[in-house]
Design a protein around this ligand. Structure first.
Ligand SMILES: Cc1ncc(C[n+]2csc(CCOP(=O)(O)OP(=O)(O)O)c2C)c(N)n1
Length: 281
């Protein structure tokens, strides 16, 4: 192995370690934000590593120029996980961290679901099922304008029940949008219960492949695996779907893999217990 390769690998290892540290403090910041303003705690905690890896290690973007034309685009199609996205954007200085305390307040730029008024938000979302369609438009625009930017869409597994998702899955394959990456937060829960009890999603990967996508499954809490999958997608000739297996409520034992944290504000004892645990994740 050449020295240059060794150095690149070392640098990446360093970046991954630093990001894991950051994720630990961002998880606490999400807890505090939701504790003050309310919101979807469990749904935010399940996708934090995905959003953080994209913004810190993968996407080309510039917090000082949120509307830079050549930036990679991110669409949080499961818009109710906005607290996770806001916490990452604040860490990157898209807006002051103190603003997180205004979540869901009147006149705040940080509403319960992403809004274009917020620096760093590329698309409004919240009505489930629409993000991939928006992503297709952006990816197609990049191709038509000869731009190199890539488009990342994060969707919930319950969200896959929306018919529009499958129309857009078909369209992206038809258009061979290789600059489009869909990440599915496969936490196994949706609003009314376990995904497989509400409407079977398995075989999710097989379905996506049969629609003409590149698709694979990863551990959605492993920064290394997320990064590897995203890097792999750079070389695909097809649109890519990454099914990221995650745990709803990750990091707070009494919320983990339950739906209790779907939308919750913890009481004082729970909040303190959660804080203690998050320091250990
Ligand atoms: C079109 C639409 N219908 C219903 C809702 C209400 N809703 C908010 S979160 C949610 C569950 C989503 O489940 P999933 O996509 O699995 O996300 P998770 O919170 O489990 O990560 C629903 C139905 C919505 N936001 N949009």
């Amino acid at each position: 192995m050449s020295r240059a390769v060794e150095r690149t690998e070392l640098l990446q290892l360093n970046e991954v370690l630093m990001l894991k540290d950051k994720i630990r403090s961002i998880r606490r910041s999400i807890l505090d934000t939701v504790n003050l303003g309310g919101g979807h705690l469990g749904s935010s905690l399940s996708c934090l590593e995905i959003i953080a890896t994209l913004y810190f290690l993968k996407m080309r973007h510039n917090p000082y120029r949120p509307d830079w034309e050549d930036r990679d685009r991110f669409i949080l199609s499961k818009g109710h996980a906005a607290p996770a996205l806001y916490a990452v954007l604040a860490e990157l200085k898209y807006f002051p961290k103190e603003e997180l305390a205004t979540l869901r307040k009147f006149n705040s730029r940080l509403q319960g679901h992403p809004d274009l008024r917020t620096p760093g938000i590329d698309a409004p979302s919240g009505s489930l099922g629409q993000g991939l369609s928006i992503g297709i438009g952006m990816a197609l625009a990049a191709r038509m304008r000869g731009k190199r930017y890539r488009v990342y869409v994060l969707m919930g597994d319950g969200e896959c029940d929306e018919g529009q998702v499958w129309e857009s899955v078909m369209m992206a394959a038809h258009l061979e949008l290789k600059n489009l990456v869909l990440i599915i937060d496969r936490n196994g829960w949706q609003l009314d219960g376990r995904t497989e009890e509400i409407k079977k999603k398995v075989p999710l990967m097989g379905r996506l492949r049969s629609f003409g996508w590149e698709a694979y499954t990863i551990n959605g809490h492993s920064v290394e695996k997320i990064l590897e999958a995203l890097d792999y997608a750079d070389h695909s000739d097809l649109p890519t779907a990454i099914i990221a297996h995650t745990t709803k409520g990750k990091g707070i034992s009494f919320l983990e893999d339950t739906n209790q944290g779907h939308k919750v504000r913890l009481d004082a004892d729970q909040y303190l217990a959660a804080l203690k645990e998050l320091d250990k994740v």
